[in-house]
Each structure stands twice: as structure tokens, then as C-alpha cells.
Design a protein around this ligand. Structure first.
Ligand code: NAY
Length: 289
């Protein structure tokens, strides 16, 4: 379960329906071209929170059918509707997903007891491991070291996807829980996170840049910091341009330039404009050719 995991981008048609052919192409591209170790399915990057339960299930099914046993698969099943989370956790466990992940419940200001009960309630119902999805900037949920310790008391909680720029907490977590899986969630901070000893990374931009992401991770692990810094600098130039042009729209449009039919975003997200499409083509040329 270690290494580079792509947070899989979603593929939708103009009516907001799943573009199955495109989704299969994205899976194949990540496995065959980028050679990532795994896929994180129905995360933020998959536009998960815009999908109905049947649509989420369909994505899980298509990805598992396409990927088979070729790479590790993590199913993001988190939802404000606990029953939906449990239903998806059971569904993906039966499909053979290697791990579950669930975003910390958000919107209402849940206290820590409520958050802990949410994870334990999901895990009581399934025989699978859970990677906590912590992303304070989007959820407003900031957990401290002691709270992670309480969550980790449940042996089925085997790790965390740590999407935060808090390297003090990351170091404390690494030191305190050497046996837990820690994945870095911000691609632009992969190098410092790698130096602190993460087990892997889960990223949206790996849909485009999985090969170089692995090089950053492995160079840092080997202690070749000069090389890792050069690669992270090049990567961050690219990420800055991608973010300035609209993250998900740009990932999809760059993939299309490469012949991968990544479709469009689901409403209320906007699809790429002509100028975004043009800049995406420039990003492909500037950083990848
Ligand atoms: C997800 O669930 O898809 C992720 O959280 C993947 C991690 C990404 N976070 C978000 C919010 O998109 O890869 C990062 C991020 O896009 C990247 O570092 C650019 O900021």
C-alpha cells in the first residue's frame, strides 16, 4: 500500500453522466503510462461530492473492472450521510478494493467524538482497512496528535491521507505512529513530506505527472536532495500554471491533448472555456514535450 497513488480525475459528458470509455482510458493511462502504484477513487478530484450514490457505485465498478489486480485501489466512501458511507464501504469491500478512505465529516461543526464515532461506525460494518482523509482547508476539521492517536486506537484505521501544509504535525505523526501509513496530499509539497518519511502520496496532478512524482519521492528517499529539489521546482512551475488555469478543468484538457478522453466537469463546476483549453495545450507543450 506504499508509493504513488493518483487521485483519479473524473470523466463526465455534457449531461453530467459518467463517460465510461473516458474513465477507463484515464485508469489505463495512469497504470500503463505513469506506472503509479495505486488509484484513489472518488476523492475530491473525482468530483465525488457532486455524484449520486448510484453514480459513485458505477465509478467504483468501472475502475475495479479496468484495473483488476494491476494496482492497489483505495475507495473514498466518506459522506455526510453515514448510511451512504456504510453502503459504499460494503460495496467497495465486496468489489475487492484494498482499502477504504473517508473524508472527515464536514459542514456541521462536528466535535471529535462525533468524528471518531463516524469512523468506528463505518468500520464495524466492514472487514477492510481505513485511511482517514484529513483535508482541513476544505472541511474546517483540524485534528491534533492526540486525536489522531485516539482514531488510530481502532486497528482497522491503518493510515491517513494528510492534505495539509502542517509539517510540524506531520513530523509528530510520523514519529508517533511508525507503523501507520501516511500519505502526503499536497503534490506541491511532496519533497518536504517525503523527507519527513511519508509512506506515499495521493495527488490530483499525478494524473499528468505521475512519473516525475515518483522520481521526487524516490530521490528524496535515497537522500538525493539536489535532484529532488530540481524536480519539485519543475513540478511546482507546472502546478502553479495548472492551478491558475483551473485545477480539474486543466487536468482534463491536458489529458485530452494526450489522447485520453477525460470529458468535462460536472455542474455546478464549469467546463473549460476556450482560453482554458488553449492554455492547457500550452502547459502540455511547455512542461511535457
Ligand atoms: C482528492 O481527494 O482527490 C485529493 O485530495 C487529492 C489531493 C489534491 N487535493 C485537492 C483538494 O485537490 O493533489 C492535491 C491538490 O489538488 C494538488 O496538490 C494541487 O494543489
Amino acid at each position: 500500500m506504499k508509493g504513488i497513488f493518483t487521485a483519479l480525475i473524473g470523466a463526465f459528458d455534457e449531461q453530467g453522466q459518467i463517460n465510461e470509455k473516458g474513465l477507463r482510458e484515464i485508469v489505463r493511462y495512469n497504470i500503463d503510462h505513469s506506472k503509479v502504484d495505486g488509484l484513489y477513487v472518488n476523492g475530491s478530484t473525482g468530483e465525488n461530492f457532486l455524484l449520486s450514490t448510484p453514480q459513485k457505485k458505477k465509478v467504483f465498478e468501472i475502475v475495479k473492472d479496468e484495473a483488476g489486480q494491476e494496482v492497489k485501489l483505495i475507495a473514498q466512501v466518506g459522506s455526510l450521510n453515514l448510511e451512504e458511507s456504510i453502503e459504499l464501504a460494503k460495496f467497495t469491500t465486496e468489489l475487492g478494493y484494498d482499502a477504504l478512505s473517508a473524508v472527515t465529516p464536514f459542514y456541521y461543526k462536528f466535535d471529535f467524538e462525533e468524528i471518531k464515532d463516524y469512523y468506528n461506525a463505518i468500520l464495524e460494518e466492514v472487514d477492510n482497512q481505513m485511511i482517514v482523509y484529513s483535508i482541513p482547508a476544505l472541511t474546517g476539521v483540524n485534528m491534533n496528535l492526540e486525536q489522531f492517536r485516539e482514531l488510530f486506537e481502532n486497528e482497522k484505521i491503518t493510515g491517513v491521507k494528510f492534505t495539509a501544509p502542517d509539517f510540524f504535525l506531520l513530523e509528530r505523526l510520523r514519529h508517533a505512529f511508525p507503523e501507520k501509513l501516511i500519505y502526503s496530499g499536497f503534490d506541491e509539497m511532496l519533497l518536504p513530506a517525503s523527507v519527513l518519511g511519508i509512506d506515499g502520496a495521493i495527488g490530483s496532478t499525478f494524473n499528468l505527472n505521475g512519473v516525475k512524482a515518483r522520481e521526487i519521492f524516490e530521490s528524496a528517499q535515497k537522500g538525493d536532495l539536489e535532484k529532488a529539489r530540481k524536480l519539485q521546482k519543475e513540478t511546482n512551475d507546472m502546478i502553479s500554471d495548472v492551478l491558475s488555469n483551473g485545477l480539474y478543468q486543466t487536468i482534463k484538457e491536458v489529458l485530452k491533448v494526450r489522447g485520453v478522453d477525460a470529458g468535462v466537469c460536472r455542474k455546478p463546476m464549469k467546463s473549460a472555456t476556450e482560453s482554458q483549453i488553449k492554455f492547457a495545450a500550452e502547459i502540455q507543450k511547455k512542461y511535457f514535450e
